[in-house]
Design a protein around this ligand. Sequence first.
Ligand SMILES: *[C@@H]1O[C@H](CO)[C@@H](O)[C@H](O)[C@H]1NC(C)=O
Ligand SMILES: *[C@@H]1O[C@H](CO)[C@@H](O)[C@H](O)[C@H]1NC(C)=O
Length: 436
Amino acid sequence: MYKPLATAALFAVALARSTRTSGAPAVYCPDAVEDVCYSIAVPERSASSGSGNIYIQLRAPTTYQWIGLGQGSGMTGANMFLLYADGTGNVTVSPRAGTGRVPPLENPNTEIEVLAGSGIVEDGSGGEMMVANFRCGNCDSWAGGQMSLTGTATSWIVAWREGPALNTLDRDAAIQQHDSVGQFTLDLTQATVGEDSNPYVGGRGGGPQNSDSSGDGSEGVGAPANGDGAVTPVGVNRSLVRILTAHWVIMFIVWLILFPLGSVLMPLFGNWIFHATWQSVTFVLMWVGFALGRFAFNRFGETGSTHTNFGTVIVCLMVLQPIGGYMHHRYFLQHKRRGAISHVHIWYGRALMLMGVVNGGLGIRWAADGEIRGSPLMIAYSVVAAGMAVIYLGGKGFGVARRRRRGAAAAEKDTNSSVDGNGEAARADGPRRPFP
Ligand SMILES: *[C@@H]1O[C@H](CO)[C@@H](O)[C@H](O)[C@H]1NC(C)=O
Ligand SMILES: *[C@@H]1O[C@H](CO)[C@@H](O)[C@H](O)[C@H]1NC(C)=O
C-alpha cells in the first residue's frame, strides 16, 4: 500500500533524493525536509546468514522533535525506530511497533544497541544535529512482519515532526502525530558493508559521518547514481499526486456542497427542472471524481480499502437515483401528489448523501494511515459537514413550513393543493403547475 503517497497528496508533495556508494551504507534523505537522513547498512555476515545485525543511522537537526524510520510499507505492522533528544546531550532511540491507529508504542522485543558517534553534535554551520548510530540484532523479523536481509526491494517508511525537544530517556515517551511521511524501497544487496561493526564512525564505509558534517545535508549524498541506486524513493510521482488531489477536491465539492444544496434547493425554489439539472451535473462530476480516484488508487496498488470499496458501491447505487427521480416526476404529473416512489427517491438520496460524506471521512483516515486524531483536514471536513447539515436541515424545515402555510391557505380557498415530492406546494393562485 502506498499511503504515504496519498498523505503527500493531502499535506505536501514530498520528493526525495538518494544515492549510494558501493560497499557502503545506503542513505535516504527526503527532499521535502532539510538535513534529515536515514542510513542502513547490512554486514556481509548478516547478508550471507540471513539474520544478524544491521546498522542504522538516523540524523536530523534539533529543530525536529522526533524523526522515525520503519521497516514496512505502511505504519500498520511496521518495525519502527524513533529518534529524539534525551535531555542529557545524547539521544533516545526508541523501537516501536506500528499499529496504524494509535501512536506507536515501545516494542521491547527489538534488540538494539546505541553506538559511538551518537549524540547531539554540531552541524558545522552553527546548528545542532541529533544523530543516532545503532545496531539492530533482530531486524530480519518482528511481530508484524519480516524483511530479507538480501532483499532487493525492501520497503521502508519515514516520518518526522518539527518542534521543541522531547528531552526524555523514556523509550515509550508519548509523541504527537507526524508532520509528514515518506516511503522508499531499498536494495539491501547494495547496502552491504564488510565488517560487522559500527560503519558510521572512523571514516569507514563512506556513509554519512558525524564529525565532518557540513550541515547542508550533502554528506554521504552525492549525485544520485543513474538507475543503480540502492534507494528508490516512492511517492515522487507528482502527476499521480495531482490526480489524487483532484479526486478529493472534486468529491469534497460533490458530496459536501453540490448534492446537499441541489437537494435543499428543491423545496426552496420549487423548481424541479433546476433540481434535476443541478443534480445531473453533480452526478457527472461525481463520476469524474470517481474515475480519477479509481485510476490513482489502482496505480498505488490500493484496491481493497474500505474507502475504495465503499466508494465504488455508493457511486453505483447512485445510478438508480436519477431513474427514481424521473419516475417520481412522472408519478407526480399523473397523480398530483407524492407516491411511494417519491419517498423512495427522497430517502434513497438522503441515505446516499450520508454514505458519501462518511466515505469522505474514511478517505481522509485512509490517507492519514488510520491516524485521525488531530488531523487538521479531518477537523475541517467535520466542520464543513456539520455546517452543511445545518443548512440542509434549515432548508428542509423552511420548505416544510412553507408547504404547511400554503397547504393551509389552499385549504381555506377550498382548492386542491398540490404538494410535490420534496414538500413544495403548488401555488394556489395562478395556473396550476406541479413541481415534482
Ligand atoms: C551517546 O550514547 C552512546 C551510547 O551510550 C555513546 O556511545 C555516545 O558516546 C554518547 N554520546 C555522547 C555525546 O555522549
Ligand atoms: C506517474 O504516473 C503516471 C500515471 O500513472 C505515469 O503516466 C507516469 O509515467 C508516472 N511518472 C513517473 C515518473 O513514474
